[in-house]
Ligand binder design. Structure first.
Ligand code: PLP
Length: 510
């Protein structure tokens, strides 16, 4: 096979190979089921290393364009030829909000748990990953317990087991973040890392900055702390940096909380330039950054290295977790803290709960050591990409045209921006009565926001089609009734000085 390779190009060769096949598949010159050249044959004909071809095929696999069949090679996937537009016109209004920490995290969290336990519900609301292969977990758990037997009957270091910290450091190196195990603290999920960091960094008079919308679990902690919070709106490419600078100057906040990669709830990943600019602003205004990368490893496309990788002044604390890739029930997360804040945070961890369960740490460690983690990530990316595509297609087909959404390059969810005045609560209630649970976007705003829904797409293709078509019908019904209501309301207003207009009859629609 002749693939034009430009060896002088700044585009790596594996991406050139990927692009070539991607084009052939998208234009249907390679049809579903057709076999790709073997790795050996292609590496010989192109005179490139086998690893280059493997990497190109890996990316195509993650993108859902091809799949491997044990012992027979790589084949074009059937969903690859399904055409749909990557339609994202997400462009919300840019309003800054200032509030004491707020939020309804507990309510949403419990509702998602109930939904998961009911079984017959399509839960688009949760931030939980799809479940794991239980046999694999059983094997790993058994092996890890026998390997770590001598550790299990003793207390452990508050910062976590050295072996696990070494493995996490290796993992982070693949993300472009170079850290030593002595800069890592293993925590009970990343929620604990967030809580420890926010309690440690923020004093009662301090201002802090969050993106709006943002992860409601952080809003919950800030509410608990009674923190003074400024919400800087997200644009389609990340936090609005102009507004950020304005508020850095006027309020001199202590801390910026950002989810730079696969943002929760919007799914947006910021560019390298955005990261550099954000860090430069933090340096200029001597503000710390709390970088939450909970969806680390779930990206379909290569992502820029974390902001922490650019940090030369120990301004950035980096947080991540195995909850979204392995299991939330494992409760293993971690934080990277460099410089003078490391020891005080280790002490906070100790005073909080001594250390993370040695059993959980041993299981996470075994997943990493055995290479299963890497394989599992590959599988997750492939299935999530298929689900994301299925959801995008379903949105195109069933949602009213006035609705905008983001197109995330990984993670678990996308964000839909609904027209103003849509009765979102009613829609959520009616959806639930038809066994569809959706997250009302209000939970992710500091105070008032715009009507929105976060939709978790890690479901079967059938569940996505069924759930989104039901939601689409509800949205259409309420968009139509809403238009009627507004028309009636404005007619009454125009007709007379009728005070009826102000009665809650109409307000209840909004
Ligand atoms: C952005 C973000 N950070 C942190 C967490 C907390 O996850 P865990 O405590 O399970 O690691 C979540 C969970 O949904 C999240 O979405």
């Amino acid at each position: 096979m002749k693939i034009p390779i430009d060896r002088q190009s700044s585009n790596p060769i594996y991406l050139q190979i990927r692009d070539y096949f991607s084009r052939l598949i998208q234009s249907e010159k390679l049809a579903a089921g057709q076999r790709l050249p073997s790795i050996r044959a292609l590496s010989e004909s192109l005179q490139v290393n086998k690893l280059t071809v493997i990497e190109a095929y890996r990316v195509l696999e993650v993108e859902g364009l091809i799949h491997a069949r044990q012992g027979s090679g790589y084949f074009v996937s059937s969903i690859a030829n399904t055409k749909f537009t990557l339609h994202s016109n997400f462009a919300p209004t840019q309003e800054v909000t200032i509030a004491q920490g707020d939020g309804s995290f507990l309510e949403q969290f419990i509702a998602s748990l109930h939904a998961q336990h009911q079984g017959n519900i399509i839960d688009f609301s949760s931030g939980f990953p799809s479940s794991f292969r239980i046999e694999e977990l059983q094997r790993v758990a058994k092996r890890s317990l026998s390997r770590a037997a001598d550790l299990l009957f003793r207390y452990n270091f508050p910062q976590g087991q050295l072996l696990l910290r070494q493995q996490i450091a290796q993992l982070l190196l693949q993300q472009g973040l170079e850290v030593s195990p002595e800069e890592l603290i293993v925590t009970h999920g990343s929620e604990q890392a967030l809580s420890l960091a926010l309690r440690y960094y923020l004093q009662p008079e301090d201002w802090m900055i969050v993106e709006t919308p943002t992860y409601h679990g952080v809003l919950g902690i800030l509410k608990n702390l009674g923190a003074k919070v400024i919400g800087i709106p997200m644009t389609a490419t990340g936090m609005n940096l102009e507004l950020l600078e304005q508020y850095l100057r006027s309020h001199r906040p202590k801390l910026i909380y950002t989810i730079s990669t696969l943002h929760n709830p919007t799914g947006i990943t910021t560019s390298q330039t955005h990261r550099q600019q954000l860090l430069a602003l933090a340096e200029q205004y001597e503000c710390l950054i709390l970088e939450d990368n909970a969806y680390e490893g779930l990206n379909f496309e290569p992502v820029p290295a974390p902001i922490k990788a650019l940090d030369r002044h120990d301004l950035v604390t980096y947080i991540s977790t195995f909850s979204k890739t392995l299991m939330p029930g494992l409760r293993v997360g971690y934080m990277v803290v460099t410089g003078k804040h490391y020891q005080p945070l280790v002490e906070q961890k100790l005073l909080n709960d001594l250390h993370v369960s040695t059993v959980s740490q041993a299981i996470a460690s075994e997943f990493l050591a055995s290479g299963l983690y890497r394989r599992h990530l590959g599988r997750l990316r492939t299935t999530h990409l298929q689900s994301r595509n299925a959801m995008l297609q379903a949105l195109e087909q069933h949602f009213p045209k006035a609705i905008a959404w983001t197109v995330p390059q990984g993670g678990l969810f996308l964000w839909t921006h609904l027209p103003d005045r849509i009765p979102i609560q009613t829609i959520c209630r009616e959806a639930l009565s038809q066994n569809i649970l959706v997250a009302n976007g209000a939970a992710f705003f500091l105070s008032k926001g715009y009507p929105a829904m976060r939709l978790n797409y890690s479901h079967t293709l059938e569940a996505i089609e069924q759930g989104i078509s039901i939601l689409g019908k509800l949205l259409k019904k309420h968009s139509a009734s809403n238009v009627k209501t507004i028309k009636i309301a404005s007619k009454i207003k125009a007709d007379t000085t009728n005070t009826e207009v102000d009665k809650p009859k109409f307000q209840s629609y909004y």
